[in-house]
Write a protein of this length. Structure first.
Length: 161
């Protein structure tokens, strides 16, 4: 049996006084702003988590890791991803592949894609060539076009073990 799930997430850029780093797919990206959020606000991993949870019919990221729980304050989102993958494995599923897209005018992430794949593919227990990472702009339209934040979407396929 094969299942597919889709995920989407949005985070606004932090204000400079918050002194947050920008983390995307578990990789620090040098940039003037970080993203605001309860965890490390890794918008791309959050979309991937929702895609995986959706494929396994296990709800969404907010149900598993509520932003009202102080346990998750500032947590590394790759740790949340590890927990979700372990949960999926315990239910008899394994990840086949995933495709994650960043939506925003900047930063440009092309030079970080290989690092992102090397960081996340092992957590998913897949080869780097089964994880696609890409980015697009919104041609300066909407909140991402105005540089107010970033969005991400992901799709993931899982198969019964």
């Amino acid at each position: 049996m094969i299942r597919v799930g889709i995920g989407f997430d949005v985070h606004r850029f932090s204000v400079p006084s918050e002194n947050r780093q920008l983390i995307l797919m578990g990789v620090h990206i040098p940039f003037e702003f970080g993203l605001s959020g309860h965890s490390d606000a890794d918008v791309m991993i959050h979309a991937l988590i929702d895609a995986l949870l959706g494929a396994a019919a296990l709800g969404d990221i907010g149900r598993h890791f509520p932003d009202t729980d102080p346990m998750y304050k500032g947590i590394d989102s790759t740790e949340l991803l590890r927990r979700v993958v372990a949960d999926i494995h315990s239910k008899g599923w394994r990840v086949v592949n995933a495709d994650v897209g960043l939506i925003g005018e900047r930063p440009k992430i092309a030079s970080y894609v290989d690092m992102m794949k090397e960081r996340v593919a092992p957590i998913l227990d897949i080869q780097t060539n089964a994880l696609n990472i890409k980015a697009t702009t919104t041609e300066k339209l909407g909140f991402t076009g105005r540089g107010e934040g970033l969005a991400a979407q992901a799709i993931a396929m899982i198969v019964a073990q």
